[in-house]
Ligand binder design. Sequence first.
Ligand code: IPE
Ligand code: IPE
Ligand code: MG
Length: 255
Amino acid sequence: MAAPDSNSPQPLPGHIAIIMDGNGRWAEANGYPRHQGHRAGVKSTRAVVEAVAEKGIKALTLFAFSSENWSRPSEEVSSLMSLFFEVLQREVDALHENGIQVRFVGARNELSNRLQKRLQAAEELTANNDGMQLVLAVAFGGRWDIVQAACKLAKRVEAGQLTAGDIDEQLLADELSLAGMPAPDLLIRTGGERRISNFLLWDMAYSELYFTDRLWPDFNSDDLDLAINFFAGRERRFGQTGDQVAGRTEATAGD
Ligand code: IPE
Ligand code: IPE
Ligand code: MG
């Protein structure tokens, strides 16, 4: 595909989701223990949050810790939890000053009480900000999210507020963690793997997928621009034909 013309306005993604992978391999390659890789990853995270917000992109969702990451060695899990706690304390004021609204998605009840309190405090502090929405997925899994949504719908059926036949895509989507947000337009995964690893399974149905070998601690604003340029070059058809999308043929049902 031809490179997008740099003189014409580029369609920016409204919502970017990132699987921040490769911290452990970065540490190994540099002769450090894995936890140093996670610390180095925090620096990339800060820089990317700033760069995405500066571009005027409305939402950024970051995969920080998956449901499956609980099965890592206990020292790594506890050092990651301490790091989240420390980073939240350090960064939340700056996020707030920049008008960013912070939200957490995931199985909060699996986190320590003190971390849950800190997450809640960050959400409350930034709740009325009208800048970029920053969603941090911690103890999150796409399957977990669909199951918790199904469970909420089942409870409404049990309570007689709904019948099973009422359930449609919109009702289920309304119970998912990212309810009310536009779906991610662009998914970036660093670290070389070409897989979803149980991230936003429902929401990524039509996301454009961008994979890079760059390890997360090395990912910088130039890499972000490459991903955004890739996005600008995609034709998003959502099941229609290219002619329909270009307006050369009328669109029919489903519009
Ligand atoms: C991503 O980096 C961070 C988390 C999953 C918490 P990894 O720790 O998975 O790094 P690699 O994949 O082992 O290099
Ligand atoms: C995905 O990375 C989860 C996060 C980046 C938080 P993993 O490193 O856990 O994924 P797998 O195990 O390689 O699929
Ligand atoms: Mg990994």
